[in-house]
Design a protein around this ligand. Sequence first.
Ligand code: FE
Length: 335
Amino acid sequence: MLKSLLMATTLVTGLLIGPSSSFAAEEIVIYSARKEHLLKPILDAYREKTGVATRYLTDGEGPLLARLQAEGSSTPADLLITVDAGNLWHAAEQGVLAPVESATLTANIPETLRDPQKNWFGLSVRARTIVYSTERVKPAELSSYEDLADPKWKGRLCLRSSEKIYNQSLVAMLIARLGEEATEKIVRGWVGNLAVPVFSNDTKLMEAMAAGRCDVGIVNTYYFGALQKEKPNTPVALFWANQGGNGTHINISGAGVTKHAKHRQEAIKLLEWLSTPEAQQLFAELNMEFPANPAVKPHATVAAWGDFKSESLNVSLAGKFQTSAVRLMDRAGYK
Ligand code: FE
């Protein structure tokens, strides 16, 4: 009776978790920087399959991390879900996650997409690659992120703000691969090639390109997918960067079990399930990302962009070199 009552009350998901809220013993509590519409269908599927209920709080990654730190050992959160390896790395550095030993996760998630210290695991993959105007650029003119620093792109490049962690991670991975000196040259070249001031998001960047304000840029693939879906005639196309070298820059959304999880075993089970083909299909399709589990094919729309070689360095380096990247971009005048 009590159990069914608890189940009934926890069927209502998505409620904001107030500081004084109490949680039923069976509930797994998730702090998520992923929006509700990306999360709820997956958690609903998990509940249907296992009977295990979840509650979640969605907010920005900064506020969630601050909350976890402030709550300390009294946090109700069992699992942290967020985007960008830089954010997950930061959460691990702040000591709010605890390592998970799991043969299932090790088998399902490639080594480059998970924390070597096992604090977090990638669950879906996004590429941050080149987009170009199909009206003014031929794909044969394109090659790499480095090449966008070439003077031939002067007055033709659009970039999103360096304040966004996606660009910090991209530059961090360039540092990991090429070192600071070479990376700074590239970033200075980008800044010198800018057609217009930096944008606050990837969609605005592509819209400016379609409007003729620039010819090349760098965006996350799922924003391109969303634009393609909404305005199929937009004269902007994807180009897989660095195929002749180290591969296209990729990043993840992922999750880690919190250090003070009250339902650690249940949270690990959920995390393991999220890595299985069943959940991977759902997880990646909802946001037009690539599944992290290589056994799962991407959604047809995403698959239509073609195969590409992705960066082979571990995504955790995006966190390791994040501070250097931010300083470097500042020095280079990348706003
Ligand atoms: Fe995004």
